[in-house]
Design a protein around this ligand. Sequence first.
Ligand code: SF4
Ligand code: SF4
Length: 80
Amino acid sequence: MDEKERAMMEENKKKCICGSCPSYTECMRAGAELLFCVTGRSKDCKFDPKGCLCPACPVTKVLGLKKAYYCIRGTEQEQK
Ligand code: SF4
Ligand code: SF4
């Protein structure tokens, strides 16, 4: 990943609203896991889906995303 991509990722991470999601867990918070739509599913955290805020997230608009539950199902490409 080059500098520009890294900066873009940091920008999007700041916009990620996973932290307010009912499905977000303490395990994810402990690992500062965010931006699952780009980085893929959560590796170690186990949880039950209780709703997903991704469709309302500004990053969804920026990246033109169409899916949700990236923390469980993986990135958009992985969900195809
Ligand atoms: S779309 Fe979902 S995973 Fe991606 S940044 Fe927004 S809230 Fe986070
Ligand atoms: S990816 Fe969706 S379901 Fe998972 S924590 Fe983020 S907003 Fe919630």
